[in-house]
Design a protein around this ligand. Structure first.
Ligand code: PAF
Length: 326
């Protein structure tokens, strides 16, 4: 009782003196997709863990659906310290840390388990650590799943079906080289321009994983879905370096724990949508076909010339060590 009374008295004194309440640190987190996407669930889990561990020391403000701009702009915002956190695809990451481009090489990973093991293992973690050299701090690799092609021109079975297809790619030289080698007409474009460009027929198609196709409702603007699985799509949970350096060691440990849980939530979402997404998109009216292993091999063959460039940029040894990673 004495304690409570003393507490009330001291609170009263603080209020009477007009002293400010303890300041909260704001964490603005921006991402390209909706709150009910794999990015949205990861961002919410990130906030939940930080809040559970630190009370009200941090206040999160979410900017989903590219509310702070395209992924490149948001990363630049982190570098100058106007945005604290983001979840992004690997689309523009190679512009900041060129080595990340190695994970964008088509037909590199066998399956999700292989990709997760490489990203969480020494190769992925070495590359993650390089973000500290460019005004950023990589907390963890996340993911979107394997990318598939959608378009409004025709169903795709063979490389001949993508000839001259006006397809949007991420602003990523590795993806661009692959679609050029296939004979398509790729246009690199920031995500916020993609839906209107599809609606206006500026482009015929785009490529993204089921997590994106379902959560963005790309079926509203695209007729054909080809399950090509031509490339794995990593994501990353990044914070601003100035923000990171302002945290004490205990807070850093909390943010690391929160990032690990956010990634678990993101991967859980991807696992789910990989099993239910195709049925959902068929129900919504998309025409879906899956490439057989032989058809996939024809696409691999079609982009063989791009591999020469990949080996030159990233080193054949590194590419081979990823392919053979167990
Ligand atoms: O295609 C892209 O640019 C990305 O996959 C997206 C949809 C912005 C998610 O990061």
């Amino acid at each position: 009782m004495t304690f409570v009374t003393r507490g009330l008295v001291s609170t009263g004194l603080i209020l009477a003196a007009g002293l400010p309440a303890l300041a909260q640190t704001e964490v603005k987190i921006g991402y390209a997709l909706a709150p009910d996407s794999h990015y949205g669930v990861a961002a919410v889990r990130f906030e939940e863990v930080v809040t559970a561990e630190t009370g009200d020391a941090f206040s999160f403000k979410h900017f989903p659906s590219s509310g702070l701009g395209g992924e490149r702009e948001v990363i630049e915002g982190l570098q100058i310290g106007t945005i604290e956190a983001t979840i992004v695809s690997s689309g523009t990451l190679a512009n900041f840390v060129p080595e990340t481009g190695v994970f964008d090489i088509p037909f590199l990973f066998r399956d999700l388990t292989h990709a997760r093991a490489v990203l969480d293992g020494p190769i992925g973690q070495d590359i993650l650590a390089k973000f500290d050299n460019v005004g950023l701090h990589g907390l963890a690799w996340g993911e979107q799943g394997f990318r598939h092609i959608t378009n409004n021109r025709n169903a795709i079975q063979t490389p001949a079906d993508v000839q001259s297809l006006k397809i949007r790619t991420m602003e990523n030289p590795v993806h661009l080289a692959a679609f050029n080698a296939m004979g398509a007409a790729p246009t690199p474009m920031a995500w916020p321009e993609v839906i209107s460009s599809l609606q206006q027929g500026v482009i015929d198609g785009q490529e993204n994983p089921l997590s994106v196709i379902v959560s963005v409702k790309l079926d509203e603007v695209q007729k054909y879905l080809t399950l090509s699985g031509h490339v794995y799509s990593p994501a990353m949970l990044l914070v601003s370096k100035p923000f990171w350096e302002g945290l004490d060691d205990d807070q850093k440990a909390v943010f690391e724990k929160a990032a690990a849980e956010a990634v678990t939530a993101m991967r859980g979402y991807v696992d789910e949508v990989e099993t239910t997404g195709v049925a959902t998109l068929k129900e919504r009216g998309m025409e879906v076909n899956e490439l057989s292993p032989e058809q996939k091999a024809a696409f691999q063959e079609a982009i063989a010339s791009a591999y020469e460039g990949y080996y030159e940029t990233y080193g054949k040894d590194l590419v081979d060590s990823i392919v053979t990673f167990q």
